[in-house]
Design a protein around this ligand. Structure first.
Ligand code: G16
Length: 548
């Protein structure tokens, strides 16, 4: 059985393609919302095929541009257990999005069906959600047309955080199995996290006053739902929770702003001794911060979260004497080029945990982390989670502690595997993880921060003529193209004590990113600026030839 070409053509005509070349990037398709209508329609088609290729298991589709500006939007597909779309399917997504005519679109569809051997009479189930961006409503309508064009069943979860959509996708697909993940509703999500969190912190001394910046995005709704479910064990004030004024979304607020600007968001005046966190626009990232005794802003980013989690889990695994097939549990950490050099050194030398590097994008880190029994992965920007293998979870449940200390560690490990979102990096779940670890350790933000000192760093972006000219290699740490440019970068870096830098094209914005770190704030800034100037001179929008 094949598809109904007339129906596809008819519905596709409602969603004409813009003269744009689309790429399925770091986090799916992401660009200005006003050129995304046809992309959403076509992603709807692909979601049906992907579900059919999984014999009708449910596929998730999230409409969001996360940390990007309010006028942007985007879309990404979610696999049945909540992982990002299988990489070999990204090329199919790109081929559908760029088909210029309806005939070309049909051909691209046929190609996928044929290559993947898809049984078109298999059922197809798709769940969708969107963030608070006003453009989301029309884009969801286009997505629904795409799913309808291939006869798929669709459930619309309305406005949700990205991790909530990943969560419900996993719940639906595991329902009734030994791996059942929870109730596929927002209430189920809040209840699951709250229950596990309470097991971790119940009866213990709470942390100091908490403040959460919700970036004026969907996280503002979700954090309230979560705090209600938790009750007295965690209270927080919420700022930047205006979801009705799109212009405010991520504007001078949110995890990306705080991480890149290295300062507090609008709406917060930091009080020494109190605790702060910022979510991003779709609540899949989080960073923490506080003011030290001198009132100076101090950031606790994804690297600090990763080291906190890895250290704590290592301690519990040892105290719990957990083994898998007689061998100690293998805990590993996955980072990207953005990880601060001090964090990597701390993990290797002090925690003695192996570290792996991948390209930017949680989709890459997630897969690498699956290679460990317990894989901790975080991008420096605060996007990440901890994955527990089936064998690890089983070991936590079947190991019988002799002494109270061992039993306590085992209880903690069980609760951690429930409080941590196994489907994807999740700001709310990560918030609970961090609070639970600190409460159990009886430590403050400042004490957590003191584990190691970040090398000063700076992240900048440069508008270039063609970011596709920049081709990274070696987990984004070096460029193979433009030819000869890496040597220029290295010549600059060599002049700085503890200098490290790289240049890579963004997969979510039309820019090239420049990251630099060095022994002092001045040097990190100077190194970043020198490299930005170099990129702009040779390849910037105003550069003469587009090459040196
Ligand atoms: C997305 C990805 C992250 C990535 C970030 C920036 O975050 O999910 O893994 O680090 O974009 O990517 P790039 O430097 O390629 O633009 P989010 O929070 O926007 O979904």
């Amino acid at each position: 059985m094949s598809f109904d070409a007339n129906k596809i053509k008819q519905l596709s005509a409602k969603h004409p393609k813009s003269p744009v070349t689309y790429t399925y990037g770091t986090a799916g398709f992401r660009t200005k919302a006003d050129v995304l209508d046809s992309v959403l329609f076509r992603v709807g088609l692909l979601a049906v095929l992907r579900s059919q290729s999984h014999n009708g298991r449910t596929i998730g589709v999230m409409v969001t541009a996360s940390h990007n500006a309010a006028e942007d939007n985007g879309v990404k597909l979610v696999e049945p257990l909540g992982e990002m779309l299988k990489q070999s399917w990204e090329a199919y997504a790109t081929s559908l999005a760029n088909a210029e005519t309806e005939d070309a679109l049909l051909k691209a569809l046929e190609n996928i069906v044929q290559k993947e051997g898809i049984n078109m009479s298999a059922p197809a189930n798709v769940v969708i959600a969107r963030d608070t961006r006003p453009s989301g409503e029309n884009l969801v309508a286009a997505l629904k047309d795409g799913v309808a064009a291939l006869g798929g069943n669709l459930t619309d979860f309305g406005i949700q955080t990205t991790p909530q959509l990943h969560y419900v996708t996993r719940c639906i697909n595991t329902k009734g199995t030994p791996e059942a993940y929870g109730e596929p509703t927002n209430e189920g999500y809040y209840a699951k996290l709250a229950e596990a969190f309470k097991r971790l912190v119940g009866g213990k001394q709470k942390l100091a006053q908490f403040h959460v910046d919700a970036a004026n995005g969907v996280g503002a709704i979700a954090i309230r739902g979560l705090l209600n479910a938790i009750g007295g064990d965690l209270t927080a004030t919420i700022v930047n929770d205006n979801i009705n004024d799109a212009a405010k979304l991520n504007h001078d607020a949110g995890a990306d702003f705080v991480k890149v600007q290295q300062r507090e968001p609008v709406g917060l005046k930091l009080i020494p001794g109190e605790n702060y966190a910022s979510l991003d626009g779709d609540a899949d990232r989080i960073v923490f911060y506080y003011a030290d005794e001198a009132g100076k802003f101090r950031l606790l980013d994804g690297d600090k979260i990763a080291t906190l989690a890895a250290g704590f889990i290592m301690d519990q695994v040892k105290a719990g004497q957990v083994t898998i097939n007689g061998a100690p549990v293998k805990v590993g950490l996955v980072q990207t080029a953005y990880a601060n050099g001090s964090s990597t050194a701390y993990v290797k030398e002090v925690l003695k945990v192996p570290v792996e590097f991948t390209e930017t994008g949680v989709k890459h880190l997630h897969h690498k982390a699956e290679e460990f029994d317990v894989g901790v992965y975080f991008e420096a920007n605060g996007h990440g989670t901890v994955l527990f293998s089936k064998a690890a979870i089983q070991a936590f449940h079947t190991t019988h502690g002799q002494k109270e200390e061992q039993q306590r560690a085992l209880r903690i490990l069980r609760a951690l595997s429930d409080v941590i979102n196994q489907a994807v990096g999740d700001a709310l779940s990560d918030l609970l993880l961090v609070v639970a670890v600190l409460v159990n350790q009886g430590r403050t933000f400042a004490e957590w921060d003191s584990a190691y000192t970040d090398l000063p760093s700076r992240l900048e972006k440069v508008k270039v003529k063609r970011r596709a000219d920049f081709v990274p290699t070696d987990a984004d740490r070096r460029l193979v193209k433009p030819e000869g440019f890496q040597q220029k970068i290295e010549a600059v870096v060599a002049k700085f004590n503890k200098g490290r830098a790289f240049v890579r094209p963004s997969g979510t914005e039309d820019v090239v990113r420049v990251y630099a770190e060095a022994d002092s704030r001045e040097n990190a800034d100077l190194l970043a600026k020198t490299l930005c100037d170099l990129v702009a001179k040779d390849y910037g929008e105003g550069a003469a030839s587009g090459s040196s």
